[in-house]
Write a protein that binds this ligand. Structure first.
Ligand code: ADP
Length: 281
């Protein structure tokens, strides 16, 4: 059972981080098929779980990151950085390369989801979203609503878009999620990444990093260092900022470790999972 009525559905957005679906720190694109197929199975189980009644998943939107597919070409062509018009041709090649790479990743992800019986529809942001100064400006949600109404699971991703100020911008999966959640009023938002949410320091490089259960304001994260150097979208700090913006609209979200078997399935079904909740007090 997927969708009742689009304006009266229990709607969930699941973000699958590039760090989970790909070997993100590599300079070459590489999919983590074990994680992808396991998570696809967890989504399938959650969508069709008979015991969920009240919190039945009526509408699910999936957003994924670009991981080792998008970040290396974005970095190579410095997509998202200011440039001179004489370099526009090269930038457009870079734009095309990034878009093509993330599309390839999207296709692999959708293939796995379809094999697991999930009726996905890929919706590439570059084909209909534009931005103003790197923030989404024009994003018609009607098509997403229509697919949800028909019982499909729209799949969007971090992508490149045309920007009316800086010409070419990278729009992170986190920003896409934030926009959809805000305007479709999502009921549950789950972000699966490769750590159990937010810590006082990067837990991958600091043994003394302390877990933060809840983030309520920008003050709670201002001391955080930035994430891995291949990420052009701000990593954990960027993610939390997008989610705090959502929290201003009364929409809370959680970041969990999707490497933990069953964590995505539990979170989708509204069960308690180790992670960080982002909400206003
Ligand atoms: P994804 O690709 O899954 O969306 P990101 O790579 O953007 O995730 O962000 C997750 C990464 O952020 C983690 O792999 C972690 O190494 C890094 N990171 C840096 N600082 C922190 C922190 N203070 N707390 C948690 N993770 C952090």
């Amino acid at each position: 059972m997927l969708v009742k009525l689009v304006l009266d559905v229990f709607m969930i957005i699941l973000k699958m981080g590039g760090s989970i679906l790909t070997e993100k720190d590599l300079a070459e694109p590489k999919v983590d098929y074990d994680n992808l197929n396991r998570i696809a199975e967890e989504i399938r189980q959650s969508l069709y779980a008979e015991e969920i009644s009240n919190d039945l998943i009526d509408g699910l939107v999936i957003v994924h990151g670009a991981g080792s597919f998008g970040h290396p070409p974005a970095k190579k062509y410095q997509i998202g950085q200011p440039f001179e018009m004489k370099d526009y041709l090269e930038k457009r090649i870079g734009f095309a390369e990034v878009q093509n790479e993330v599309k390839k990743l999207n296709s692999i992800i959708c293939e796995s989801l379809i094999e697991h019986g999930i009726p996905v529809i890929a919706i590439p942001p570059s084909s209909f979203i534009t931005s103003h100064n790197k923030r989404i400006y024009d994003f018609d949600l009607n098509l997403i609503k229509t697919y949800l109404r028909e019982g499909f699971v729209p799949v969007l991703f971090g992508d490149v878009v045309i920007d009316d100020e800086v010409k070419i911008a990278v729009i992170s999966g986190d920003q896409v999620l934030q926009y959809i959640a805000k305007f479709l009023k999502s009921d549950r938002i789950v972000l699966g990444t490769d750590v159990a949410g937010v810590y006082t320091k990067n837990p991958k490089t600091h043994d003394d990093a302390v877990h933060i259960d809840e983030v309520n304001s920008i003050e709670d994260i201002k001391f955080l260092e930035s994430t891995t150097n291949v990420d052009v979208t701000g990593g954990m700090v960027g993610k939390v900022k997008e989610l705090l913006d959502l929290a201003d609209y009364g929409i809370s979200s959680e970041i969990i470790n999707a490497n933990e078997e069953g964590a995505i399935a539990k979170a989708l079904q509204g069960m308690e999972v180790n992670g960080t909740k982002i909400c206003r007090k």
